[in-house]
Design a protein. Structure first.
Length: 139
């Protein structure tokens, strides 16, 4: 029985690590996409174009990636805690989940106020096509 428990614990550890790496990847990808878009917009701003609305779209897209990355990281933390469920680990997990949940709540609230989440859901499109969800920004 000990052998199968060890194998199960190892598999959970590997899956948790993979999920954590995916979360970091999502965060990194979101930052890179945001930087590229911001650089593109700043070039337009230097040419005299008003980019305030489009900059807000980039900010909201970055918020979406942060939320998604945080969800993966929370899932990885839960899996790690399942692996070694000590009281100390559970307390640490509770603190991490609380902090990440508060961050997720406020990011989601801000995105909802800006109308971005409903726009994506109603259009059936991903945040990478956020301009379609918000409307044409090439006025």
């Amino acid at each position: 029985m000990l052998g199968s428990e060890w194998i199960g614990t190892q598999i959970i550890g590997w899956v948790a690590t993979a999920v954590g790496v995916i979360g970091v990847g999502v965060l990194t990808w979101g930052v890179l996409v945001g930087l590229v878009e911001l650089a593109r917009l700043e070039v337009h701003r230097m040419r005299g174009r008003d980019i305030a609305h489009e900059r807000a779209v980039v900010r909201q897209d970055l918020g979406y990636y942060i939320l998604l990355g945080l969800e993966f990281l929370i899932a990885a933390d839960i899996m790690r805690t399942i692996r070694h469920p000590t009281l100390d680990e559970l307390a640490t997990l509770a603190g991490i989940v609380l902090i990440r949940t508060v961050i997720s709540y406020y990011l989601t609230h801000e995105m909802r106020e800006a109308g971005r989440l409903e726009g994506w859901r109603n259009s059936g499109k991903s945040p990478s096509t956020a301009e379609d969800a918000v409307g044409d920004t090439t006025d």
